[in-house]
Design a binder for this molecule. Structure first.
Ligand SMILES: Cc1cc2nc3c(=O)[nH]c(=O)nc-3n(C[C@H](O)[C@H](O)[C@H](O)COP(=O)(O)OP(=O)(O)OC[C@H]3O[C@@H](n4cnc5c(N)ncnc54)[C@H](O)[C@@H]3O)c2cc1C
Length: 425
């Protein structure tokens, strides 16, 4: 039996941020994590000088808490850029993405009432079928969401939140996103906090100011607990909470866990730079709307031989069952069509394909959350403490409309730490 004051379930960015803030304020904290590592949906694979991200990769804009942590940890960043390319008739041409009908997404800042799904909302717009399909694919891909479910109002709130932090800019950590999680974990330990890995909490039993967290190897007891498991784990019953706080689970039922397939191919050389029919030297993003994946990106301006493919939302199911080898083979034939070159030429240049199946990972059960139509208040409800004993954090509980990001997870961790500190004598 391990006793502590505040028990934090999950060592992702939400859990580590809360733990670090509380530990630094002198609160005894213990973090319990099911995996054999910290970071959760941050998972960096280090090969030579490259960090290949299998989870979060981009820093979206300039969220202050994330940049403050990067500065504190003294980490190197670089701004992503380059020319966007669109695949068209066997070649890749530079194109403006988003643009055209995509400007209509600005209308989301004044969403319909009552709230409807994005698919229903777009159905009322006077645009061509092609534009409609492109918009649906774009929203599904970016949000890993089903357009028939995702709330239009939440997309509007998200756009406003992105505008407030230059969300159209993207940056990366060349040394790996995992450096942030490692840094936070070290801070927790420096301030006498404990982190227990390989502890799968299966059940939380609680009453006012008395919590028991039961894992097969150990039982932890605490005055309060912060539950940061991903939405997918919370709603699937992967962690049972008894008694079950109804208001929390009612709110969680108005959110959805989105799904995505992301894989990074490492080649011997960046072959896409040397193709006479597709002469984009500084290719950043590549859009291929008739193909799966329909979104690709390079690491431009940082030189590398890496190309990443992304499919978000229901279309990701088509690639979900593929092994990394099958995914690599599918990717090579897709890229061959996009660039009009022989599949064998691309396959010969391919060294490895790196991916992680977040949907079948029992500790995430999906990629990241989104709000279903009518559920815009659900994250706010999830952020309310239950009897000063149960606290919920994680990207899905973010109250600033940045769901599905690293800074949302951090914000929820900071929020929960403040709630706990405020309630202390
Ligand atoms: C493929 C992919 C790409 C992404 N790209 C980006 C991006 O470019 N930029 C960006 O900002 N965000 C991105 N995200 C989202 C970002 O990774 C998440 O929003 C963020 O990391 C979530 O942090 P969290 O602490 O809320 O959850 P998590 O990181 O999931 O942490 C929760 C922790 O709880 C643990 N846990 C689960 N169940 C139990 C249990 N029963 N007992 C104990 N521990 C348990 C998990 O193992 C995990 O460590 C991406 C996510 C994915 C999957």
């Amino acid at each position: 039996m391990i006793e502590t004051d505040t028990l934090i379930v999950g060592a992702g960015m939400a859990g580590l941020t809360a733990a670090r803030t509380l530990a630094e304020a002198g609160v005894p904290v213990t973090v319990v994590e099911a995996r054999n590592r910290v970071g959760g949906r941050i998972l960096s694979h280090h090969i030579g000088e490259h960090a290949i991200e299998l989870g979060a990769e981009f820093i979206h804009g300039r969220p202050p808490e994330l940049w403050a942590l990067i500065a504190e940890a003294g980490l190197e960043t670089y701004e992503r850029g380059g020319t966007d390319g669109c695949a068209e008739d066997g070649s890749v041409k530079s194109c403006d993405m988003p643009g055209g009908a995509f400007d209509l997404l600005e209308d989301l800042k004044d969403p319909p009432t009552p709230d409807v799904s994005f698919a229903e909302y777009v159905g009322s717009w006077q645009i061509s079928d092609l534009e409609r399909v492109s918009l649906l694919n774009f929203v599904e891909g970016f949000n890993a969401a089903d357009a028939r479910e995702i709330s239009s109002a939440s997309l509007g709130a998200q756009q406003e939140a992105e505008d407030a932090t230059d969300g159209d800019l993207a940056f990366s950590l060349p040394g790996g996103y995992d450096q942030l999680a490692e840094y936070l974990a070290q801070r927790v330990k420096n301030f006498e906090g404990c982190i227990h890995l390989n502890r799968h909490v299966r059940e939380i039993r609680w009453s006012h100011h008395a919590v028991q967290a039961i894992s097969p190897d150990e039982t932890f007891t605490a005055r309060r607990t912060v539950i940061t498991v991903p939405l997918g784990v919370l709603v699937s019953g992967g962690l049972s909470v008894s008694p079950r706080p109804r208001q929390i689970f009612d709110a969680a039922s108005q959110l959805r866990m989105g799904h995505a397939i992301r894989f990074t191919l490492r080649f011997r050389e960046p072959f896409w730079k040397q193709l006479p029919k597709s002469p984009i030297e500084d290719l950043g993003f590549l859009f291929s709307f008739d193909e799966l994946p329909s979104v690709w990106w390079t690491t431009h301006p940082r030189p590398s031989c890496l190309l990443t493919g992304w499919v978000g939302g229901p279309r990701s199911e088509a690639l979900a069952a593929l092994t990394p080898a099958e995914l690599a083979s599918h990717a090579c034939s897709t890229l061959a069509r996009i660039f009009s070159i022989e599949t064998a030429r691309i396959s010969d240049l391919l060294l490895e394909c790196h991916t992680h199946d977040w949907s079948r990972d029992p500790f995430s059960l999906g990629a990241y959350s989104y709000v279903a139509a009518g559920g815009l208040n659900a994250p706010q409800q999830l952020s309310q403490p239950v009897e000063d004993t149960l606290f919920f954090a994680g990207e899905h509980t973010d109250t600033t409309a940045n769901w599905g990001t690293v800074h949302a997870a951090m914000r929820s961790g900071l929020r929960v730490a403040q709630q706990i500190l405020k309630g202390m004598p």
